[in-house]
Design a protein around this ligand. Structure first.
Ligand SMILES: NC(=O)c1ccc[n+]([C@@H]2O[C@H](COP(=O)([O-])OP(=O)(O)OC[C@H]3O[C@@H](n4cnc5c(N)ncnc54)[C@H](O)[C@@H]3O)[C@@H](O)[C@H]2O)c1
Length: 266
């Protein structure tokens, strides 16, 4: 059993099994990495979990897949309608689908910019817009967006990616204020570097992936990358009724990268 599945078992401290009983959650990009860990954790706490992903087949037991491409309004609308019909409503949306982009502003083409902003930013808007009519009917409506430390820290060679996550941060605040009086909370998490396929795939593009991986570990004040399960716990908190007075916030899950200044090791 993975940490994520184990985390919700009765008796484990700080992990209230059953707190999401009766609630339905959509997790975009839920077939891999942070999204998969989040889907498993929400399910272990009692939620019905719908994974929206490009390929939503072969998911672990307890998760239900709905194929969707967040760059297509038609695809998103159809998948969200299918989830609502399957579950009878939607209470939680985790806007997590995203892609990386490496390089300075000189490295990325206009097509790169359009593709990454389409997935990372407009995807959040499309899925949220499709789900809002259902969220308004929920007693415990919550949206959690997966942002990044790159939204508020200058990370080398992440110009396009940082711009996309800065937009996610601004969108989180904008959506939070628009929907607060409708009972829909909107928050985001800002992970540091998380050890997922997202990172292992882009490491392949470096001449020395082992050295680059070591540099990513060392950049975190904790000396190691964040785990997908650690991000999942932060998302699950923001999504849960336990956080019912928390809206318009960004929760850092970054090993201290944003605020700590450690002494360089000699
Ligand atoms: N891994 C990190 O270091 C890190 C750090 C901060 C933020 N994030 C963010 O966390 C989120 C998840 O990243 P991850 O590391 O788990 O990556 P991942 O590559 O393991 O998973 C991303 C998932 O999104 C899906 N996806 C991609 N494009 C899609 C589309 N058009 N429609 C539907 N689904 C699509 C993929 O199929 C995949 O299952 C992303 O938004 C990413 O920007 C990651």
């Amino acid at each position: 059993m993975s940490d994520a599945q184990n985390a919700g078992s009765p008796g484990s401290p700080g992990s209230p099994a059953g707190e999401l009983q009766g609630l339905t959650a959509i997790v975009t990009g839920g077939a891999s990495g942070i999204g998969l860990a989040t889907s498993l954790l929400l399910a272990s706490r009692g939620a019905r979990v719908a994974v929206l992903d490009l390929n939503a087949e072969g998911l672990p037991e307890g998760l239900t897949g709905f194929a969707a491409d967040v760059t297509s309004r038609e695809s998103v609308d159809a998948a969200v309608a299918a989830v609502a019909e399957w579950a009878g409503g939607i209470d939680i949306v985790v806007n997590n689908a995203g892609v990386s982009a490496i390089g300075t502003v000189e490295a990325n083409s206009d097509d790169d910019w359009r593709r990454v902003l389409d997935i990372n930013v407009i995807g959040v808007a499309r899925v949220s817009a499709a789900a809002l009519p259902w969220l308004r009917r929920s007693e415990h409506a919550a949206i959690v967006n997966t942002c990044s430390v790159s939204a508020n820290n200058g990370i080398p060679e992440r110009a396009l990616y940082s711009a996309s996550k800065g937009a996610v941060l601004a969108l989180t605040y904008g959506m939070a204020v628009d929907h607060v009086r409708e009972g829909v909370r909107v928050n985001c998490v800002r992970p540091g570097t998380v050890d997922t396929p997202f990172v292992s795939n882009y490491l392949k593009k470096y001449d020395d992936p082992v050295a680059e991986r070591a540099a990513l570990d060392a950049r975190q004040p904790t000396g190691r990358m964040v785990t997908p399960e650690e991000v999942a716990h932060a998302i699950a908190y923001l999504a849960s009724p336990a956080a019912s007075s928390t809206t318009g916030t960004a929760l850092d899950v970054d090993g201290g990268l944003t605020t700590l200044r450690i002494r360089p090791q000699s």
